[in-house]
Design a protein around this ligand. Structure first.
Ligand SMILES: Nc1ncnc2c1ncn2[C@@H]1O[C@H](COP(=O)(O)OP(=O)(O)OP(=O)(O)O)[C@@H](O)[C@H]1O
Length: 314
């Protein structure tokens, strides 16, 4: 497969640490050109991402695509080999206490403070956050049937993940970063979580980044989606405009043989068994489609989010 890097909103040339949002507000998240290697394996390959204030961005990618590594670089937990990452305009590796107090992160497998009981851990952590919402903690523990007096290490992964989510939301963060928040949750708990995220974003203006490989979760709650594949961010776009800005072209073998180079806006390409080509293209809002899209022998389809994910990640 031949893939190209493409972000529908191009990142300006200024450094991420200093660039301002067009509204004058700070970008909750900006990541530009991140590279990261582990043991000679390229895990991030020029990954770029940005999160609008108040937006909910679903970062979608297959297992091993690099989502967790991108998030860990973004939060300053891992140092990238190259590229820049910032939160509210501050470089991720130099976040001050004020920025950290406005930020909540739920890792894929929350393990911290496992020897404490649920209630003791939440009371302890709450002391460090001036905006801690103790009433929310009590109400949500009850609603989600989580006992205060159970030791965290003895809980199931799903229960532990829900406690971690309560902890994250109780800080009333301005930015919430969730790494596969639904991974260990049953369908009911997943819906509750998504509802909570949507409510936070809608009512309090919390900006949210969450990684997932569950397409329906993105459709249910996200305002924006970014696709990640083999360490690259292939596209980032607003969900409402997604259908207007991508097409899959099925180019028959006869025409495919004459095709030289990439199709304008091409983000993925797949050879089909009969020699035809399946090419996904993306255009900027209001830009014209390439002439090939209306060629009589070419079939152009708009894809569902799930089909688009499969097409670019195959
Ligand atoms: N600390 C590490 N040491 C060595 N390799 C690592 C490390 N962290 C991640 N990797 C490798 O980097 C690649 C990307 O991993 P990452 O966890 O970022 O992917 P992911 O998209 O979050 O996957 P998943 O959806 O399965 O959680 C994988 O091949 C993984 O094995």
């Amino acid at each position: 497969m031949n893939t190209a890097r493409l972000v529908t909103t191009p990142l300006p040339a200024t450094t991420v640490a200093t660039a301002a949002h067009p509204t004058g507000m700070e970008w909750p998240i900006r990541v530009h050109g991140l590279d990261k290697h582990y043991d000679g394996q390229r895990v991030l390959d020029g990954a770029s991402l940005q999160l609008e204030p108040g937006a909910v961005l679903g970062l979608i990618g297959r297992n091993g695509a690099g989502k967790s590594t991108l998030i860990r670089c973004l939060l300053g937990l891992v140092q990238p080999d190259a590229g820049e990452a910032s939160i509210w305009g501050r470089p991720s590796l130099q976040l001050d206490d004020e920025a950290k107090a406005r930020l909540a992160y739920v890792p894929q497998q929350p393990e911290a403070l496992g020897w404490l009981k649920v209630g003791d851990m939440l009371d302890f952590v709450g002391r460090f956050y001036p905006r801690w919402d103790a009433a929310f903690v009590d109400a949500t523990l009850e609603r989600w049937s989580l006992p205060r007096n159970k030791v965290l290490a003895r809980m199931s992964p799903g229960e532990r993940q829900r406690v971690a989510l309560i902890r994250a939301l109780a800080c009333r963060p301005s930015l919430l970063v969730l790494d596969e928040p639904a991974a260990a949750l049953d369908p009911v708990a997943r819906r509750e979580l998504l509802r909570e995220i949507a409510q936070r974003a809608g009512e309090s203006g919390t900006s949210v980044l969450f990684s997932t490989h569950i397409v329906s979760d993105v459709e249910r709650v996200a305002s924006h989606v970014a696709f990640m594949h083999e360490g690259r961010t292939l596209l980032q776009v607003e969900l409402d405009t997604l259908k207007e800005c991508h097409l899959r072209l099925r180019i028959p073998a006869s025409a495919a043989a004459q095709l030289v180079g990439r199709v304008p806006g091409e983000i993925s390409r797949r050879a089909l068994a009969d020699g035809a080509l399946s090419v996904v293209i993306l255009r900027e809002a209001d830009a014209a489609w390439p002439a090939l899209a209306s060629a009589p022998e070419v079939r152009a389809d708009v894809l569902s989010l799930e089909d688009l994910f499969v097409e670019v990640a195959e």
